[in-house]
Design a protein around this ligand. Sequence first.
Ligand SMILES: Cc1cc2nc3c(=O)[nH]c(=O)nc-3n(C[C@H](O)[C@H](O)[C@H](O)COP(=O)(O)O)c2cc1C
Length: 267
Amino acid sequence: MPQVIGKDPGQLRAMASALRAIGYTEMDLNCGCPWKFVAKKGRGSGLPENEDAFRAMLEAGCEAMPDGFSIKIRLGMKTPDTLAKRAELINQFPLREITIHPRTGIQMYDGKADVEAFAAVLPLFKVPVVYNGDIKTVSDYARIVERFPSIAGVMIGRGLVQDSFLAHDIRAWEEGGRGTVESPPHDGARADEVLAFADELYRRYRETLCGPSPVLGRMKELWGYLYRYFENGETVLRAVQRSASLADYDRAVATVSKNVQPTLPNS
Ligand SMILES: Cc1cc2nc3c(=O)[nH]c(=O)nc-3n(C[C@H](O)[C@H](O)[C@H](O)COP(=O)(O)O)c2cc1C
């Protein structure tokens, strides 16, 4: 789903009609971006701080993308009380959903997502609410969906990058009737899949990106998450991070040992 960020309702309408012209029926407005250069200018997590500007954007979005407009929002920019103050305003609009990340903007990604603050604001909303923040394991997911049965869903960010199997394991837990959460297997089979995934992504990056630098930059970041699946992962990671060329990278990854998973992301 396309997501946009801004504070100009005219631009939002123009973007919505451009998206509709190429077939999209949904659009999300980012009202949570914490970066100073965005928030200070009244965009991202800065937008809900200005009630009139926020209202104008909600109006424009709901009119220009009927039934398909949603927002992503934090508790507030500097203080955690803005969202509760805006609930009545938000409820006036036929939003498809609202995704709540219970941190403040200035908190960035530090500390923990404030689940108690989420519990306090959830009953204020008539629109469907999605929970977002710090779901890194099946147990984290289970805690949220069991405590908040009325939510429309969860959004997972970093947890999926860190553990490529998280969505798979969550689905298995759901399809298994939400029983006891089991630890992921320790047999190395997942290491094979992770390596195949990294190989395919590497191949596609080489086909679509311009030159080795953007490919290496992305693969280095990815290995910062994937190395834990491999017995000698830390050594491979160091070699990957030192790679100055694609040939260096190929040599580094060729040394991977898949015998056992030493430290699983979920453990
Ligand atoms: C590097 C990075 C980029 C992000 N970019 C966006 C973005 O473009 N739009 C958005 O709504 N959230 C963005 N987020 C926030 C995530 O969607 C999410 O709210 C946040 O990471 C907390 O969820 P998590 O704990 O599951 O990762 C970004 C987060 C990170 C770490």
